[in-house]
Design a protein around this ligand. Structure first.
Ligand SMILES: Cc1cc2nc3c(=O)[nH]c(=O)nc-3n(C[C@H](O)[C@H](O)[C@H](O)COP(=O)(O)OP(=O)(O)OC[C@H]3O[C@@H](n4cnc5c(N)ncnc54)[C@H](O)[C@@H]3O)c2cc1C
Length: 300
């Protein structure tokens, strides 16, 4: 039986793992993606994690993982699909049918992208409608694309695509973009970028179902684009624990800085919990706090 099962090997899970293994706990880190390092791998450039300015998200994630591996953290590749507490024991079921038993759990499963609800979107998802500019942006070289969203992630995506695509439409339903003013200014000055406020995409179409050809906006305008990148926010991956712990109306697990949830022995760390700022720095801090909370619980 494990002392502690950590679910998710993003910055929160890996930080928890380093703290827990250094406290001599018998742990396992379960991650659904092979060698996954969480969402930060999608970041083009990380400039706000202390000591690592200018690093790519991929490299930063790999540094985190290497740190855990150097400290001999054991990893398990599999997607957790159920968690039950029976007496003092947590039984976590995985997609391969296996069950891991542990005395405590740190749930660090993060968030996933919210998808657009425009008509036709499902037809073109993966064939013109994407979420990750780093992964799919190069396929849109010299083509017109749209980025939907008004926050930092959308603005960064538009900046990245402006070096690759022939034309970039950056579109937000709000009346302004909520992102770093200096990045917004650069985009405004770029002749290949058009910024559109107060509209969203409502229809996706094309000559055939193989290739996206255009989108129609809520203001009636038709844009000829071969790529659409969704950057409209995140949803916490908490459906699996909905009956286990208390969540806020948006689905985030209610937990404070100590990462304690409404269930004894079950901790929520990183983007998954209620908090003000969802970033690498706060995820790493949560991981260490959650590990210490679990340690105290196990040694009480
Ligand atoms: C495009 C982009 C750019 C960003 N840029 C920055 C930046 O510049 N600076 C910054 O500080 N932050 C940035 N962020 C935010 C940062 O990536 C997150 O705050 C951070 O990764 C959160 O860490 P986490 O460990 O809580 O969750 P995540 O990184 O989301 O990791 C969760 C992990 O859990 C795994 N998982 C989920 N469900 C299961 C399951 N059921 N079973 C097993 N494993 C599971 C996932 O595969 C994932 O690996 C960016 C995010 C994005 C998307």
């Amino acid at each position: 039986m494990l002392d502690l099962l950590i679910i998710g090997s993003g910055p929160a899970g890996l930080s928890a793992a380093v703290y827990a293994i250094r406290s001599n706990l018998n742990i396992m880190v379960a991650e659904k993606d092979f060698l996954g390092t969480g969402q930060i791998m999608n970041s083009i450039q990380v400039d706000n994690y202390l000591g690592y300015w200018g690093i790519t998200g991929m490299d930063l994630g790999e540094r985190f993982r290497l740190h855990a591996e150097e400290f001999r953290v054991p990893f398990y590749t599999g997607q957790a699909v159920s968690i039950h507490k029976e007496g003092e024991v947590f039984r976590t079921g995985f997609d391969n049918g296996e069950i891991l038993e542990s005395r405590s759990v740190i749930y660090a499963a993060g968030t996933r992208e919210r998808h657009l609800t425009m008509t036709g979107a499902e037809r073109y998802r993966g064939r013109g409608i994407y979420s990750c500019v780093l992964c799919d942006g190069p396929a849109c070289r010299n083509k017109a694309v749209a980025v939907i969203g008004g926050g930092n992630t959308a603005v960064d995506a538009a900046r990245y695509m402006s070096d690759i695509a022939s034309q970039v439409y950056l579109i937000t339903i709000e009346d302004h973009f909520r992102a770093n003013p200096s990045t917004i200014r650069k985009l405004e000055e770029n002749p290949r970028v058009e910024m559109i406020c107060g509209a969203t995409a409502v229809y996706a179409g094309g000559e055939d179902s193989e290739r996206l050809g255009y989108i129609v906006l809520s203001n009636g305008r038709k844009l000829r684009v071969e790529g659409v990148f969704e950057s409209i926010g995140l949803v916490p991956c908490t459906e699996m624990v909905a009956d286990l712990v208390k969540r806020d109306p948006a689905g985030y697990i209610i937990a404070g800085e100590d990462c304690m949830t409404s269930l004894e022995g079950f901790y929520a760390a990183g983007d998954i919990r209620t908090k003000r700022l969802r970033q690498v720095a706060t995820a790493v801090a949560d991981g260490s706090n959650a590990a210490m909370s679990a340690y105290e619980y196990l040694n009480a």
